[in-house]
Design a protein around this ligand. Structure first.
Ligand SMILES: Nc1nc2c(ncn2[C@@H]2O[C@H](COP(=O)(O)OP(=O)(O)OP(=O)(O)O)[C@@H](O)[C@H]2O)c(=O)[nH]1
Ligand SMILES: [Mg+2]
Length: 710
């Protein structure tokens, strides 16, 4: 018999850590709420009959955002055999709120009292035996991080599931409320399964619409319910949902008082002390800027840079390429094959893989920031700024994730309740440079700006500014209008990042990067090599007469106003849509064929020769802001639908073009380039952008007027 076991609990209580322990999986964990946004399945190590589902974190069973709906639907509709309710023992008050709701679902529940190591370290005490008596279900003390109590938990869960013993329903509301619950239960009896009768009765008193819909009551029953609810609200002189919420909290208050003892009296914890500085109104932003500059300095300029140089200069330029060449010669390989392997594959894929060391250093640093808890603070800090522009600080979490890869970044936008904010975030997340764009940044910085760290830093700030500007512009459109959702991310206490968590997270991201180099980029490089080695009659020719040159030349005029209208840069940009790493791979392949230099910084020389600082920066801007790679466009389609996705891609292209145009043309103008037709075009673009930014928000004004009229 297969037992389905669901892990449910508040965000950031350790569900995924527990899931990884039990199944041996390596799902992403992090010290902030909202890491998991999709349900994940795995099988228990050593007992394949137990299927475990990791769910996104929820605060209650009245969900507001889409990833919370995932959790609730799974629990209520798919009905697992048993719920393990993971509870953060350092935060009993808040966590037990969900527990009282889970106990009403009629599904057997076992409470896993997680983070017991922290409780013990703080010198606090929790009487789990008494807690188990009051709640009416097993309570097992565990530490998912230290792997304590795992066997006990599994045994308790499997036994409870096998005995099908639901927890005894405890009356947790006041007698008066319980009477109303019974009244409703009498009306809907037979409409819901017996085990869910109490659950639905409470939901109806709360006026939960989603729950009401699934019940399919007839008109008469519905009227009866409405009558009971209105009597209920009159009796308490309050809203149904508030009454229920209040009484739940009252009940939990007494439970916590009876079962837990905190030794330390409200002294400021170390986390609070750090937060006083880190989230300080004046210091927060400078500290954030310093942290990010340090991260990119370490990963791009120093440690990561040295390692990448070694890979590019020594490993590829001095060892692999000559080695492969002489080996191919010695076995008598055909010229075209040698050219294909050396120029097409090693140069192209190598150009991308060369950046792996930088990337790994960056991934490690980001994972550390994530796991120690600083990322959650960044979201909190950014909320203050974003709110001023009508955006929610919650948008910043997807953006932070997007620095790794846009695909999970776009998916993380699901944690945002407000539909308009969610859509805008999904559309703009990829403005922030993802790891695949770092090689482009490093290339431009290295080739034309003497490796300056400021190019990378400016790229990130440009991303943030593009997001804020787009937020303002899009908010004024009908399809995105609305006020930002209140921000409720909690700040989890800081902790020392776990070595395993950091390694998993880094390994995961690095693996994805290598996999792309081995598949999609390999194919793209091979294609580029072919297109650049043959002409339309399929005769081998120099690159100047190749198919690629003719395609690039045909369309490169479009980019002339941006300052880099040559066919190489155009082709590189186009291949970037397959995967952003291709931009570099393409330069690598293109350069390999021109056989000029012998030093390791081959691509740099090539790029430096065909760009000026200004045109290179404009090239960088366009490639950073334009539509993301196909994988990310696919993710946007999932979140926005076909039409929305098309709109998003169109918007990103126009926006990227306009910004790059303005930067290049005004740059030219102010450095003595004169006023040309293109300068005029840039003036038009700038006026257009400013108009979109400052035009009055008619929709919001109308809504305000409607509110004040009523
Ligand atoms: N000290 C301690 N830390 C833990 C324990 N379990 C988890 N953590 C840490 O808590 C943080 C959150 O863990 P996750 O497993 O990502 O939490 P989650 O419940 O899956 O979070 P969401 O997916 O956001 O809902 C991580 O930094 C973990 O390392 C524990 O038993 N003790
Ligand atoms: Mg999780």
């Amino acid at each position: 018999m297969v037992i389905r076991l669901a892990l449910a609990g508040n965000p950031n209580c350790g569900k995924t850590t527990l899931f990884n322990n039990l199944t041996g999986a390596v799902q992403h964990t992090g010290n902030w709420p909202g890491v998991t946004v999709e349900k994940k399945e795995g099988r228990l190590k050593g007992n394949k009959d137990v299927v475990i589902t990791d769910l996104p974190g929820i605060y209650s069973l009245s969900p507001y955002s889409p990833e919370e709906v995932v959790s609730r639907d799974y629990l209520i509709k798919d009905k697992p055999e048993i719920i393990i309710n993971v509870v953060d023992a350092t935060n009993l008050d808040r966590n037990l709120y969900l527990t009282t709701q889970l106990l009403e679902t009629g599904i057997p529940v076992v409470v896993a009292l997680n983070m017991i190591d922290v409780v013990e370290k703080n010198g606090d005490k929790i009487d789990s035996k008494r807690l188990s008596e009051i709640l009416g279900c097993s309570v097992i003390e565990i530490s998912a991080l230290k792997k304590k109590g795992m066997d006990e938990l599994v045994t308790a869960a499997v036994n409870t599931a096998k005995s099908k013993q639901t927890s005894a329903v405890k009356k947790i509301f006041s007698d008066k409320t319980e009477r109303f619950i019974s009244e409703i239960a009498a009306v809907i009896e037979g409409k819901a399964e017996d085990s869910l009768l109490r659950w639905y009765s409470v939901k109806l008193l709360e006026k939960d619409e989603k729950a009401t819909e699934t019940l399919k009551l007839d008109a008469q029953e519905r009227n009866r319910v409405v009558e009971i609810v209105s009597r209920f609200e009159k009796e308490f002189d309050d809203d149904g949902e508030s009454i229920i919420t209040n009484e739940r909290y009252n009940h939990i208050g007494t439970v916590v008082k009876e079962t837990s003892k905190k030794t330390r009296k409200e002294k400021l914890s170390a986390s609070d002390k750090i937060d006083r500085i880190v989230t300080n109104r004046i210091l927060a932003l400078p500290i954030f800027a310093c942290v990010m500059i340090a991260v990119y300095y370490i990963s791009i300029s120093t440690v990561g840079g040295w390692m990448t140089d070694w890979v590019n200069d020594t490993l590829f330029a001095e060892t692999l390429i000559p080695g492969a060449e002489s080996w191919l010669e010695s076995v008598g390989a055909a010229d075209w094959l040698t050219s294909f392997i050396v120029n097409g594959v090693i140069n192209g894929v190598g150009a991308v893989l060369g950046f792996l060391p930088q990337m790994i250093v960056l991934f490690i640093l980001l994972a550390v920031l994530e796991d120690c808890g600083y990322m959650a603070r960044i979201a909190f800090i950014m909320d203050r700024i974003f709110r001023k522009f009508g955006l929610s600080g919650k948008s910043f979490i997807p953006i932070m994730i997007g620095t790794g890869c846009g695909v999970p970044g776009i998916m993380a936008s699901r944690t945002i309740e407000q539909e308009c904010d969610r859509k805008i975030t999904a559309m703009t997340t990829t403005f922030i440079p993802c790891s695949a764009k770092i090689p482009i940044i490093a290339l431009i910085a290295g080739a034309l700006f003497g490796g300056s760290v400021w190019i990378a830093v400016s790229a990130y700030f440009l991303g943030v500014i593009a997001i804020i500007m787009s937020g303002i512009i899009l908010k004024k459109m009908n399809r995105f209008s609305g006020t930002p959702a209140p921000f409720v991310v909690e700040l989890p206490p800081y902790h020392i990042p776990g070595l395993k968590t950091v390694m998993f997270s880094t390994g995961d991201r690095a693996k994805a990067f290598i996999k792309k180099a081995g598949t999609i980029i390999f194919v793209a490089c091979a294609l580029i090599w072919f297109l650049s080695s043959y002409n339309w009659s399929l005769q081998p020719v120099g690159i100047e007469n190749s198919i690629l040159e003719s395609i690039g030349s045909a369309i490169c005029g479009i980019f002339a106003p941006l300052g880099w209208g040559d066919w190489q840069a155009t082709v590189a940009t186009i291949t970037g849509f397959i995967a952003k790493e291709n931009v570099l791979g393409t330069f690598g392949t293109l350069f390999g064929l021109s056989e000029v230099s012998d030093s390791g910084e081959e691509i740099w020389g090539f790029v430096a020769a065909s760009f000026t600082q200004l045109s290179a920066y404009s090239f960088l801007i366009f490639n950073l802001l334009c539509a993301p790679c196909f994988a990310a466009i696919g993710a946007m389609r999932r979140e926005l639908g076909n039409k929305g996705c098309l709109f998003a891609v169109g918007y990103q292209m126009v926006f990227a073009y306009a910004v790059a145009l303005c930067v290049y043309q005004f740059g030219m103008f102010f450095t003595g380039g004169g006023f040309t037709a293109y300068t005029l075009l840039a003036v038009v673009a700038l006026v257009g952008i400013i108009f979109c930014l400052v035009r009055p928000d008619r929709i919001l004004d109308r809504k305000k007027a409607e509110v004040s009229a009523t």
